[in-house]
Design a protein around this ligand. Structure first.
Ligand SMILES: NC(=O)c1ccc[n+]([C@@H]2O[C@H](COP(=O)([O-])OP(=O)(O)OC[C@H]3O[C@@H](n4cnc5c(N)ncnc54)[C@H](O)[C@@H]3O)[C@@H](O)[C@H]2O)c1
Length: 258
């Protein structure tokens, strides 16, 4: 249980971040939902806690906004227990020869600088507190690249590596640092990218959801925010105190490698 813990979830307004925020709140944590889009509708649905939840409109690409997010959270609640760096974006699916500098900057800025900004701001607090948890949402594609997704693959490999290095640095400060590597998850990101993935303007989402699961995922369904919420809650809990520097697959068997 996460009773009384204080957690920040970036990209928490929808998708996997929403699943993490809901699970943390259900376990008694106070959650700060940090997203570039307002998260008030979700805030109203979170299980209530004694000291309440918050939303913050933050672009994780901005070091100042992320520093302020962490500082404001500590000022409001007196501490920070868990930092979840989940906000991320997919690339366009173009091959490397066709990629633009703008897309490189966009994907790497959100997926790598954004996670770095969150890690650095939280690490400064956790070093002082001598206690903390950092959970970074990477992807199994950070371990096994996919053609047409070089920028996304490279960005998630960077998240895994950053996680490992930070785990080595923060172990002596009572802080664990881990990454979650989801497989193909049913979220708004996947739905929005489906036309590009399948080359159809208006694809039948449910049909492709079933077909993808049947063809690629041994457990027979796509993952959800609830699945990620459950793993993140465990990583944030006292039970996971000896787990650090890990990149944990969460794929329903879609990826069976280390
Ligand atoms: N959906 C998948 O199949 C899948 C698989 C593996 C990993 N992931 C990763 O999981 C994370 C969440 O993905 P999702 O599928 O829930 O995506 P999503 O697009 O459904 O939700 C992402 C959230 O992040 C927010 N966000 C994006 N850029 C931001 C920024 N610069 N600053 C602040 N907030 C920002 C968005 O507003 C949105 O609320 C991402 O890091 C993604 O790469 C997703």
């Amino acid at each position: 249980m996460l009773d009384g813990r204080v957690a920040i979830v970036t990209g928490g307004a929808r998708g996997l971040g929403e699943g993490i925020a809901r699970r943390f709140a259900a376990e008694g944590a106070s959650v700060v939902i940090a997203d570039r889009t307002p998260a008030e509708p979700l805030l109203a649905q979170l299980a209530p806690t004694q000291i309440g939840h918050l939303t913050a409109t933050v672009d994780v690409r901005s070091p100042r906004e992320v520093d302020d997010l962490v500082a404001d959270t500590v000022a409001r609640y007196g501490r920070l227990d868990v930092m979840v760096n989940n906000a991320g974006v997919m690339d366009s699916g173009a091959e490397v020869a066709d990629l633009t500098d703008e897309e490189y900057d966009f994907v790497l800025d959100v997926n790598v600088r954004g996670v770095f900004n969150g890690c650095r701001a939280a690490a400064r607090v956790f070093r002082e507190q001598d206690r903390g948890r950092i959970i970074n949402v990477a992807s199994y594609i950070g371990k096994k690249a996919i053609g047409g997704h070089a920028l996304y693959s490279a960005s998630k490999a960077a998240v895994i590596s950053l996680t490992q290095a930070l785990a080595l640095e923060l172990g002596k400060h009572g802080t664990t640092v881990n990454s979650i590597c989801p497989g193909t998850m049913y979220t708004p990101m996947w739905v929005e990218k489906l036309p590009t993935f399948v080359g159809e303007a208006n694809p039948d989402v449910e049909k492709y959801r079933r077909e993808h699961a049947a063809a690629n995922i041994p457990v027979g369904r796509m993952g959800t925010g609830q699945d990620v919420g459950a793993m993140a809650a465990w990583l944030a809990s006292d039970d996971a105190v000896f787990v650090t520097g890990a990149a944990l697959n969460l794929t329903g068997g879609e990826a069976v490698f280390f």
